[in-house]
Each structure stands twice: as structure tokens, then as C-alpha cells.
Write a protein that binds this ligand. Structure first.
Ligand code: 4AD
Ligand code: MG
Length: 484
């Protein structure tokens, strides 16, 4: 007989108790009074109460029912008289599938700090908080595919290894098979001769699938990527990972406004999916956040609870402002006048996180889409806006800023005019001869097109209320940290 004859706990908790025989498998969260096991199999945040007939159970077996142990329980499903659950299982047979030494198991049935749990990231999925986060992460991933598939977008796989720096920011991890011991072949000027390398040229892990995504859109008309991306930026913040997942839709025949509408619909779809499918996970995380914020001074606490915040985003359109308007708001703001901003504010600056937070959390109190950024601070592929004042050239960019997170989406209408694109690449020092394949889409059947990238972990942060990005991905990669 096959082994997996079990009911998942999430299904069991919704089953009418009729003394029926059932089998469950899972890990012990707690065992109290030698009688009540709280069993969890990860299918739901709720534990199943298993009642042990300890008088008729072998002492040696009882001693092996410890926090962390893995059990198979056969028993009868009955209505529970205790509080906190409607059904429970009266065990008739308990098998220990895997022991867990209670002296050594790091996850004790008590509150652990998130910092501690990061060090045992291999075990933290067995906590309520991380179970909830990972189930929500899964929902957002599934909902991503549903959303785009539902609109006829083609799931497009951009390469992970590439020779291009899509963002032109130079924050790449090199990929090479050349020896690191100083014996790599060199050119006359002493630099490494990458012609001898595996691919015959210098390659790196992709920072974005966009440029290859554009190639797909120029044939299939609407595509999206959903894959890992890598940035070697030395940003040790609560919003940056060296390896993160990005969703990058790219659409032919979209202008900037179409692009913003799509991004807004997509974000709303994700939140609705989370609210309808993971209500109990969200209720738990909502509570967790309130507890966590109790330790903060009043002015640092969120105005709204997690679920209220998510509902608010569903119910209200995002604010749309231009970069120039954003700068004006900042220049007229109290923190600016009281010199509370650390970074300067002037037309042309890259908005710093303190500025984004002010706009989103204090001024508008909702997600904001900022358009028309200065060309000088944005990537080469963004479309130059026509009719700009000299010295104030802007591009058809749009960033979506979310409360508590800052930038969650970055996107733009793309520069489809070959001459303008070449001029921009030249000005920014991007070698056009290495990008002929990209430029070909502008030579052969170019069209207005747009796209954006949504940082998946930042979205998971937004939905779960987790303040540190390291806590929304199973195994975080950050500077000086690559455990597991
Ligand atoms: O704004 P970014 O750099 O845009 C691009 O990569 C474009 N190629 C996207 C496009 O138009 N197709 O990155 C997009 C998003 C950011 O808004 C942010 O949410 C996330 O990716 N992101 C990061 N998330 C975690 N860790 C990092 N180091 C991130 N860098 C960017
Ligand atoms: Mg960006």
C-alpha cells in the first residue's frame, strides 16, 4: 500500500466530525499534559488537536512525542469540546516518523526573534509566522500566473546568464569558469581575456529579463517573465536582496498610461487573491504586526492594521503625480522646511527613500505612481518625453511607491525610435555594437511598447507586513551572507 494515505489538516478542519477514521501526518508543535498534541502539516496556520489516550499508550512512545517530532496519527475525527477548535482527532495509533531531541531542537514553543529565526532559516518554515508568509508567497506567485494568463500574456523565459547589463548600472555577478588563482589568460594590457572563457566572452547573472522580454513582446505582443534576478549592489537594507524574484511584463502597443493601468490592476489582483485565499494567515500576520508595533513609539506605528491597509489599496485608486509635482510637494513639506530630510531636495535628484516615504505615508497616505523622471537618473531604454524644457529632459518612466516599502514597481514606455535610442546609449556610454540584437527590434517593425518590473519580495513584504525583506524569501542572499 502506498504510504500517503492522509488527509491534510486544512481539509480535515473543514470536515464534519462523524467519528470517521482518518490518518494525518505532521510535526508536533506542542504536547501538553501527556494528552494534547498540537500537530501541524503546513497546509494551514491552524494546528490540529490530537487527543492521546495516555493511560493506554506506551510510556516509551509518549516520551518520543516532542516538539519538532514527525508523527503519523490514525484516529477518529470528533467534535471538540475544548475551545479554539471545532474538531479534534482521538488517536488510535501513533507512529513516530522522525524523532526530535527536545534538548537540541532549536525551535522551542515560545516566541523567537526574527533575527534568531534568520539563523535557522532551514527550520523557520515550521513556525506560524513563516508558514503564513510562505503560503502567501505561494498565493502571490500562483495569482501572478493567473492574472497574466487570464489576459493572454505569454510566459517568457529570459536567460539567467547573459552578457548584457540590462539596467546599465554595473551591479553584476560575474559568471566564469576561468581559474581564480591568477593563471587566467590575459590580454596584452593585463586584463582577463574572456575570449578564453566558457562562453567566449564576459558574462554575468542577469539583473533583469527586460531586454530579452522586449524581444518577445515584439512578436508575441504581450509577455511576462517571472524569475530570479541578481544584483551585486552592496545595499544592506531591509528592502534589498542580492537574489530576488521579479515579474516583468512587456507589452507591444501600450503607452505609459496603459502600462500604469496594467500594473495597478495586477497589484490589486494579487491583494484580492491573498485576502480571499489566505484569510487566516493574514489575520495571524495582522495580529503579529500589531504586537510588534506595540514596542514602537506612537508616530512610528502604522495608521492601519494589515488587513485594513490591504482593503484600502483594493478600494482606492493609486495617486498619479509627475516627478516635478513630487519635488514641489517635497519642497513645500514640513520636514523639508524643518531640515528633517537627510538628503537634499531639488529638481534632478533621485528620490531617496525618506522622500518616497513622505509622499506615500504622510502626504497621500496611499500608493503613488510617479511619472516623468529626469532622463539623467533613469535607464537608457526609457522613452524621451517630447517637448521638454532644455535642461529638464524627462523620460516616460513610472515608479509605483507603496506605504512601508517604497518602490515596488519600476517601469516605462520604451524608446522605440532608433535615432533617439542610439543617442541616449551613446550619451550613457552603453556600447551599441554589443546590443545589435536589441536594436534590431527598432529597425524591423518597431512600435510603441511598455513594460514594468515588480519586485516580488517587496510585494510579499507589502502583503504580509514583514518589515525585513530577508523574512519573505526562504533563503535570503545578502552581502556577506549566503547560508543554506
Ligand atoms: O527598478 P528596477 O531596477 O527596474 C528594472 O529592473 C526594469 N528592467 C524593470 C522593467 O521595466 N522591466 O527593478 C524593478 C523592481 C523594483 O521596483 C523593486 O521592486 C525590485 O525590482 N528590486 C529589488 N528587490 C529586491 N532587492 C533588490 N536589490 C531590488 N532591486 C530592484
Ligand atoms: Mg527602479
Amino acid at each position: 500500500m502506498a504510504f500517503n494515505h492522509r488527509i491534510k489538516i486544512t481539509a480535515l478542519l473543514r470536515t464534519a466530525p462523524e467519528q470517521q477514521d482518518i490518518t494525518v501526518m505532521g510535526w508536533v508543535r506542542t504536547f501538553r499534559s501527556n494528552r494534547f498534541i498540537a500537530l501541524n502539516d503546513g497546509s494551514t496556520i491552524s494546528n490540529l488537536q490530537v487527543v492521546v489516550d495516555f493511560e493506554n499508550t506506551d510510556e516509551a512512545l509518549l516520551r518520543r512525542i516532542t516538539t519538532g517530532a514527525c508523527l503519523r496519527v490514525a484516529g477518529k475525527l470528533v467534535a471538540s469540546t475544548g475551545s479554539g477548535q471545532t474538531v479534534e482527532v482521538h488517536a488510535t495509533q501513533i507512529d513516530i516518523l522522525g524523532d526530535s531531541d527536545p534538548e537540541k531542537f532549536p525551535l522551542q514553543p515560545k516566541k523567537h526573534s526574527l533575527e534568531f529565526l534568520r539563523e535557522i532559516a532551514h527550520l523557520r518554515p515550521r513556525t506560524q509566522t513563516f508558514g503564513a508568509v510562505y503560503r502567501l508567497r505561494n498565493t502571490l506567485a500562483a495569482a501572478t500566473h493567473e492574472f497574466f494568463q487570464g489576459r493572454g500574456f505569454v510566459y517568457w523565459h529570459s536567460p539567467i546568464i547573459t552578457a548584457s547589463d540590462a539596467e546599465g548600472a554595473g551591479e553584476m555577478f560575474r559568471v566564469t569558469t576561468l581559474p581564480m588563482d591568477g593563471t587566467a589568460p590575459r590580454l596584452e594590457d593585463g586584463s582577463i581575456d574572456y575570449r578564453e572563457d566558457f562562453f567566449g566572452k564576459a558574462t554575468n547573472l542577469t539583473v533583469s529579463g527586460q531586454l530579452e522580454g522586449e524581444l518577445g513582446a515584439m512578436a508575441l505582443s504581450e509577455i511576462y517573465t517571472f524569475g530570479p534576478t541578481f544584483r551585486a549592489e552592496n545595499s544592506n537594507t531591509a528592502r534589498h536582496l542580492a537574489e530576488f524574484w521579479m515579474i516583468e511584463p512587456e507589452m507591444a502597443f501600450y503607452d505609459l498610461e496603459d502600462n500604469m493601468n496594467l500594473a495597478e490592476d495586477y497589484i490589486r489582483y494579487l491583494i484580492e487573491a491573498a485576502m480571499s485565499r489566505n484569510a487566516d494567515d493574514l489575520a495571524f500576520l495582522d495580529q503579529r504586526l500589531q504586537e510588534e508595533e506595540k514596542a514602537l513609539p506612537q508616530d512610528k506605528r502604522s495608521d492601519m492594521g494589515l488587513k485594513d491597509k490591504l482593503q484600502f489599496v483594493i478600494d482606492n485608486k493609486f495617486e498619479r503625480i509627475t516627478y516635478t509635482e513630487a519635488i514641489d510637494i517635497l519642497l513645500n513639506s514640513t520636514p523639508y522646511k524643518k531640515k528633517k530630510f537627510q538628503y537634499e531636495v531639488a529638481w534632478g535628484i533621485d528620490l531617496q527613500s525618506e522622500h518616497e516615504r513622505y509622499l506615500v505615508e504622510k502626504h497621500f497616505k496611499k500608493p503613488v505612481i510617479v511619472t516623468g523622471y529626469p532622463a539623467a537618473i533613469k535607464a537608457f531604454y526609457m522613452r524621451m518625453n517630447d517637448g521638454c524644457e532644455p535642461g529638464r529632459e524627462t523620460v516616460a518612466a513610472m515608479d509605483i511607491l507603496a506605504p512601508g516599502i517604497g518602490e515596488i514597481v519600476g517601469g516605462s514606455q520604451r524608446e522605440e525610435r532608433l535615432d533617439k535610442l542610439l543617442a541616449r546609449m551613446d550619451a550613457m556610454g552603453i556600447p551599441a555594437h554589443e546590443m545589435e540584437w536589441f536594436l534590431d527590434t527598432r529597425r524591423f517593425g518597431a512600435c510603441p511598447h511598455s513594460g514594468f518590473g515588480l519586485g516580488f519580495e517587496r510585494m510579499v513584504q507589502f502583503v504580509t507586513g514583514m518589515t525585513n525583506i530577508r523574512d519573505v524569501i526562504p533563503f535570503a542572499r545578502t552581502p556577506k551572507n549566503c547560508e543554506f
